[in-house]
Design a binder for this molecule. Structure first.
Ligand code: HEM
Length: 310
């Protein structure tokens, strides 16, 4: 990692990296070039290694598809990710964060309590995505042996993080996603269980709501309606809809959770620096290292729990 960060700062932020095997990876750490690569799908189609590794979990969802399948999925889903559409979901997203904060930070009072902010953000982003984009309460989902409210959310959060690490390592070191590897088998098993036990009944419920004219206007309804239109109303396109669901939950939740963690850390550091600066300004002495650390400990977690705009 240190090597990658050092090279990224050199010259134009473009360099080759041999993680193993005969094929190098071209690292693009230059914002303008990264934007061009990510935005111009015709000139830079997704590579086979990327599609194979992510595809082991995401199937042919938006992250892995190329060409017409990708363009079709963007047409169906794109309108739910505009600024206006997301602003319309603001209340649902805030409610999901508030409910999760009430659960995770229940024990935080005036004294210092050790809280895992990562757990909070993983659950909150997952809950927010399901509420805003699927009109679903993930705390109501059930899997065999997981009957407590929120147990499935915790399981999904854990497996998505595990999957991110596995796919990331396999991409970086060019390791095939072979079912001979126990970690790949675990990932495939988790995805298959959620597809069978949660997504299949969810799709059946949504198809019934679409037929009754009571379906909400969200990503899930759009995917169900589009897949039925594609197969002439036969309703057999469930596998494709499930690929998109696994993709959206997998691609959207871990990334957003870590982004929120990093934003909180930056805010906490900012608060610590401001305190140290004001201490110096008032008393003319720098804060000691010990004092600065305790400022972070006693203030950062409550700041996260109370500041909804995080
Ligand atoms: C801070 C949070 C996020 C970060 C840092 C992030 C990062 C990225 C990056 C770097 C890509 C390009 C991947 C590539 O082509 O190699 C990408 C694509 C994608 N992301 Fe995110 N993402 C975030 C949040 C989300 C959310 C919330 C969702 C959906 C709920 C999402 C869904 C997707 C999808 C579907 C693609 C593929 C788009 C396409 O190929 O047209 N992401 N994301």
């Amino acid at each position: 990692m240190r090597f990658l960060l050092r090279e990224a700062k050199k010259v134009d932020g473009l360099f080759l990296f041999w993680p193993g095997g005969p094929t190098p990876i071209c690292v693009v750490a230059n914002p303008a070039a990264a934007k061009a690569v990510l935005a111009d799908h015709r000139r830079y189609p997704k590579g086979d290694d990327y599609r194979d590794k992510f595809g082991a979990v995401f199937g042919d969802g938006l992250v892995t598809s190329n060409g017409p399948a990708h363009a079709r999925a963007r047409r169906v889903l794109g309108r739910y990710f505009t600024r206006a559409a997301l602003e319309a979901k603001e209340a649902a997203i805030a409610a999901a964060f508030d409910a999760t904060a009430a659960e995770i930070f229940a024990d935080v009072g005036s004294s210092y309590v050790d809280v895992d902010v990562q757990e909070f953000f993983h659950l909150a982003t997952l809950r927010a995505f399901c509420a805003a984009m699927l009109s679903e309460d993930i705390y109501a989902w059930r899997l065999p042996g997981m009957d407590a409210p929120g147990a499935v959310a915790r399981h999904v959060a854990r497996e998505v993080s595990f999957g991110s690490n596995v796919v990331g390592e396999h991409m970086l070191y060019n390791i095939p996603m072979s079912p001979l590897l126990p970690r790949v088998r675990r990932l495939a098993r988790s995805a298959a269980t959620v597809r069978r036990e949660v997504f299949a009944p969810l799709l059946a419920r949504r198809r019934a709501a679409v037929a009754a004219g009571t379906a909400p206007d969200d990503c899930l309804t759009a995917l169900v309606v589009a897949s039925d239109a594609d197969d002439g109303g036969a309703g057999g396109g469930d596998a494709a809809v499930m690929d998109q669901l696994v993709t959206l939950i997998g691609a959207g939740h871990d990334t957003s959770a870590y982004f929120c963690c990093y934003a909180s850390l930056s805010l906490a550091r900012c608060q610590r620096d401001a305190r140290a600066e004001s201490h110096h300004w008032f008393w003319g002495t720098p804060r000691t290292h010990r004092n600065s650390r305790s400022a972070v400990k006693s203030n950062s977690y409550p700041a996260v729990s109370r500041d909804r705009s995080v």
